[in-house]
Design a protein around this ligand. Structure first.
Ligand code: GLU
Length: 335
């Protein structure tokens, strides 16, 4: 397997923590501490990666990914970009907790400007567990990052022998190793013991064709997610507005719907210039404009296929560029 710029591919590994680096007190314990092991220890546990690529490593954070925040995203994006800008680097692997992996992957998919593969990888079982899934996931992730034909496919997530597109992937189960699913447009491919089977490329714009960047960005606009339910009132939407949200993503019922009092609160927010995006809590499907809700009249944006947490990422980045509702809607059809 040849790299694009050196005979032996070179992969830069950026570590952020998560269960892949987690340790239990004993191997059958349910409790464990995420981010207990350093990136050097993770790589040392899979010496076989040396057959795939030369590796250099960097510890960006050491957190459970529930603690991933804007500041760490900006830092991680800048460090990933810096690594990919080095001519000798063929691809990047980012070790990450699985809880918010889909959000980080989608964020990087929108802001990293490179065709080189960027692969997020995690594990559902701690490194000390019986049948830990981290070592094979890491081996496969390095194989994908080192593979020339994985270039230009945007940010990818590797777990459980599957390769997912950042835009499509979602964590769907609290504990199982097969937690990641790509609901809408399917998998990017499979990877078995480091052997790749790539499927069709991503359909939406990403990475090297993205208009977004973290250059000169020191903070991100505040966007809150409000989860809809039967009997929903206006309280949470009003609280988001009072708290200073610049955008609100509604995890609506069904096709992104919300009860009448909540919809009135959302319309009031939109009138004040706060951008309201309707997405769905169902886990699949498209939220289209003007079906049961008069989006044109109320000034709402719809999330298309993005789940609430990914709609939030796109809205945050969109708000760094514009507050125009039509322009923001267009972003949801483009990315
Ligand atoms: N909550 C931890 C995290 O997301 C553990 C989940 C995991 O990594 O699988 O980092």
């Amino acid at each position: 397997m040849a790299g694009t710029s050196s005979p032996v591919p070179q992969v830069h590994v950026l570590a952020t923590g998560g269960t892949i680096a987690g340790a239990q007190i004993q191997d059958r314990a349910r409790g464990y501490k995420a981010a207990a092991f350093s990136v050097d220890a993770l790589i040392a546990a899979v010496p076989q990666v040396a057959e795939l690529a030369r590796i250099d490593v960097e510890q960006v954070a050491a957190i459970g990914s529930q603690d991933m925040d804007d500041e760490t995203w900006l830092k991680l994006a800048a460090r990933t970009q810096a690594a990919l800008d080095r001519a000798e680097i063929d691809g990047a692997v980012i070790t990450h907790g699985t809880d918010t992996m889909e959000e980080t992957a989608f964020f990087l998919n929108l802001v990293v400007r490179s065709e080189k593969p960027v692969v997020l990888v995690g594990a559902m079982r701690p490194a000390t567990a019986i049948s830990a899934d981290g070592p094979m996931n890491l081996y496969n992730a390095v194989a994908v990052a080192a593979y020339p034909e994985a270039r230009g496919r945007g940010v990818l997530v590797v777990a459980n022998d599957e390769i997912h597109f950042a835009r499509e992937v979602a964590k769907t189960n609290t504990t199982q190793v097969g937690t990641f699913r790509s609901t809408h447009r399917g998998l990017a491919g499979l990877v078995n013991g480091g052997r790749l089977h790539l499927y069709a490329p991503a359909v939406r714009r990403h990475t090297y064709r993205s208009e977004f960047s973290v250059e000169n960005l020191t903070r991100m606009p505040r966007v809150d997610i409000v989860y809809a339910h039967a009997g929903m009132g206006r309280g949470l939407i009003d609280a988001a507005v009072e708290g200073g949200a610049e955008g609100i993503v509604i995890a609506g019922v069904g096709d992104g719907n919300i009860a009448a009092p909540a919809q009135r609160a959302a319309a009031d927010a939109a009138r004040q210039g706060i951008v309201v995006v309707r997405s769905s809590r169902t886990g699949g499907g498209v939220v289209e404009r003007n079906i049961e809700v008069d989006d044109d009249r109320l000034g709402f944006v719809t999330a298309d296929e993005l789940n609430p947490q990914k709609a939030r990422v796109l809205l945050m980045l969109g708000l760094t560029r514009t507050r125009d509702v039509a322009a923001l809607q267009e972003l949801f059809y483009t990315y």
